[in-house]
Design a protein around this ligand. Structure first.
Ligand SMILES: [Zn+2]
Length: 280
């Protein structure tokens, strides 16, 4: 996170955020870490204020149980984290929090990233300010407005017959585990086009019989994942060596290698295939 973001003024209505609330606040430190409160969940604004955690750039992101939940990008890297607060990895935090909080935290993370990326106008380079009337970042000179957007992406589970699943290990995974295949939808493509292209590019395999499985928001950054299942059509598995460094067919009647944590749609698709096996 840039220092300029830390120094930005509070963007939402000050009266709204001055009230102590039971709802949580997402506080980012250094752009890639999140502050967990004394309970291990999102801290409340009151808890932050009582502990002297500086909250700036507060922006309401969602309602949780009827109470507003806020995002805040306000903790400079040099700020000491007061006990019993702690810094956690955002991905691990999302894995561990409940569904409702997860949705609010994802929305807050996405909005903060969007705001950080729109401090200056893409047309004339002048400063942008949040327009509270429509929620857009508006250029102070030319009036250009930028709204939050999501990047469409796909993830696909490829199976062969009743027992085999094709999984790959991505070079960029922090820990070595095997997962389904994913990528962004390119300009001019449909979701289906992207599924066929990604699988062919990453592992050299053609697929068929695509079915929609579900979707998931993924705030690293602002991505909307559409998940599909597909059946193997033809081709030999050849990892591209760039993104996918290892890939193979795994028989689900035997133990699988490490796979994504529960909570991700990738894991849900793998579990769904395992559940289908139990029906045989
Ligand atoms: Zn402008």
């Amino acid at each position: 996170m840039s220092d300029s973001l830390v120094e930005m003024p509070i963007l939402s209505k000050p009266a709204a955020v001055a009230q102590p609330l039971a709802a949580g606040v997402v506080v980012l430190k250094s752009g890639n870490e999140i502050l967990a409160g004394p309970s291990g969940q999102l801290p409340t604004i009151a808890e932050c204020q009582a502990a002297g955690v500086p909250l700036k750039d507060v922006l309401m992101a969602a309602e949780v149980g009827g109470l507003p939940c806020y995002g805040a990008a306000a903790l400079p890297a040099e700020t000491a984290v007061p006990h019993p607060f702690k810094i956690v990895n955002p991905r691990a935090f999302l894995d561990g929090c409940g569904t409702v909080w997860r949705q609010a935290a994802i929305r807050a993370l996405e909005l903060m990233t969007w705001r950080q990326e729109h401090l200056h106008c893409g047309c004339c380079g002048s400063s942008m300010r949040l327009n509270p009337e429509d929620g857009a970042m508006r250029c102070t000179k030319c009036g250009f407005e930028a709204f939050p957007v999501l990047a469409p992406a796909i993830i696909v589970r490829v199976t062969r017959g009743d027992h085999e699943i094709l999984l790959g290990r991505n070079r960029h995974f922090n820990t070595p585990f095997f997962s389904n295949f994913a990528g962004f939808v390119e300009s001019g493509e449909t979701y289906e086009d992207a599924v066929h292209r990604e699988v062919l590019e990453e592992v050299g395999v053609k697929v068929q019989n695509l079915r929609y499985f579900g979707s998931q928001n993924w705030p690293f950054p602002h991505t909307l994942l559409a998940a599909f299942t597909a059946e193997y059509a033809c081709g030999e598995v050849r990892p591209d060596g760039e993104e996918i460094v290892e890939a193979d067919w795994f028989d689900i009647r035997h133990p699988l290698p490490p796979v994504p944590q529960p909570g991700s749609i990738s894991r849900a698709m793998i579990d769904d295939f395992l559940a289908s096996q139990r029906r045989f």
